[in-house]
Design a protein around this ligand. Structure first.
Ligand code: NAD
Length: 358
């Protein structure tokens, strides 16, 4: 059956990176039997300019009907003074919540060719390949009650609530186990069960779900230790599953292990495995329109789409290998440049990946 893909380029460098990612999808369609139908629409600041809203109803409707969404990036200084609900970033948050994207997948993978880009020693990060599965729609970012108030002495206080139901924990745990099963079959669940009731429930439910996955080796780690271990010896991890707050912090640590924001893809999945795929970086207005942005994070997001929503593991691997081959050829965009390499434009980098798909 033909899979429907909605492309939402957004703002800043969004159109440039989505153009290259779309060319990759078209090459797979033309030469490798990928059965997809591509459509493009507006989101973010671009949508606000055209319609007065960062997420027009038409875009949301198309996203709901799509099997997968490829998202570029949104935002720019010209929209920063708008009321919060009209800002480009609100369009993205609304899209995530409307589509029920509760599972955020953030791989941190270091291509050996780029080991120099990390601030960590080569031997600590060379060959790094880990996946963080973060719960995205629950926990302390959404828990009620939340408020800022004044006590009887007129002093301010504020409260947020970290709340997880067993259903929420169970479904994210399942995503973690399923992904670990397709990788090296090791899942580390990160919590703070020594201090927090919500983490004790998290640990109990993860253990219960783990009974159904005897082939996956499950371990648990406190979040403070996990942060330390990620910079001390990150290669000990295969797949990590954790809640919203801890995942937010740990995935940024993991991202920086690789040293290069232009290389990092991500996915957000719903319960049916449909998803939205986007680079981790933003709209990079400082380099927009210059043809220098690194398109590889977005192209690697296409690889994640092929694996997780389109069930084409073969093509996902083909794209990932093509990225490695393009780097082997010595091509580098400015953000990943080192001395002896050849500087490539956005289009040249995308073109090299397409050549290497063959
Ligand atoms: P950014 O990620 O856009 O850029 C940070 C720095 O990294 C910039 O110097 C940029 O040039 C560079 N960079 C980022 N991606 C690159 C790539 N692929 N190739 C080469 N260099 C790259 O973050 P920022 O500057 O803090 O934010 C800019 C705008 O993006 C803001 O409006 C922000 O709100 C928005 N933003 C959007 C998203 C999203 O759409 N998911 C995420 C983060 C930030």
């Amino acid at each position: 059956m033909t899979a429907r893909i909605l492309v939402l380029p957004g703002d800043g460098v969004g159109p440039e990176i989505c153009r290259e990612a779309t060319r990759v999808l078209e090459a797979l369609q033309r030469d490798h039997g990928l059965d997809v139908e591509l459509e493009e629409d507006l989101v973010g600041g671009a949508a606000y300019e055209a319609t007065g809203e960062p997420l027009p109803a038409e875009t949301l409707e198309k996203a709901r009907g799509a099997d997968a969404v490829l998202f570029g990036a949104v935002g720019g200084a010209q929209w920063d003074e708008l009321p919060r609900e009209l800002r480009p970033e609100s369009g993205l948050l609304q899209l995530r919540s409307e589509l029920g994207l509760f599972a955020n997948l953030r791989p941190a993978m270091l291509y050996p060719q780029l080991a120099h880009a990390s601030t960590l020693r080569h031997e600590v990060v060379a060959g790094l390949d880990l996946m963080i599965v973060r719960e995205l729609t629950g926990g302390i970012y959404f828990g009620q009650p939340r408020s800022t108030r004044t006590d009887t002495h007129g002093r301010r206080q504020a409260v947020n609530t970290m709340l997880y139901t067993e259903g929420e924990i169970e479904r994210i745990a399942r995503v973690g186990f399923d992904i670990a099963r397709r990788r090296n079959k090791r899942l580390c669940s990160v919590d703070k069960a020594n201090v927090l009731e919500v983490s004790q429930l998290w640990r109990d439910v993860v253990n219960e779900v783990g009974q159904e996955y005897p082939d996956v080796e499950l371990s648990h780690m406190y979040v403070d230790n996990a942060a330390m271990q990620l910079v001390r010896a990150p290669k000990q991890f295969d797949t990590i599953v954790t809640g919203n707050l801890f995942g937010d912090i740990l995935s940024d640590i993991a991202a920086m292990l690789t040293g290069s924001i232009g290389m990092l893809p991500s996915a957000a999945l719903d319960e049916a495995g449909r998803g939205m795929y986007e680079p981790v970086h933003g709209s990079a207005p400082d380099i927009a329109g210059q043809g220098v942005v690194n398109p590889l994070a977005t192209i690697l997001s296409v690889a994640m789409m092929l694996r997780h929503s389109l069930h084409r593991q073969d093509l996902a691997e083909r794209v990932e290998h093509a990225v490695g081959d393009a780097l082997d050829r010595g091509l580098r965009t400015r953000d990943i440049m080192d001395d002896e390499k050849q500087v490539a434009s956005t289009g040249e980098m995308g073109g090299a990946v397409i050549d290497m798909l063959q």
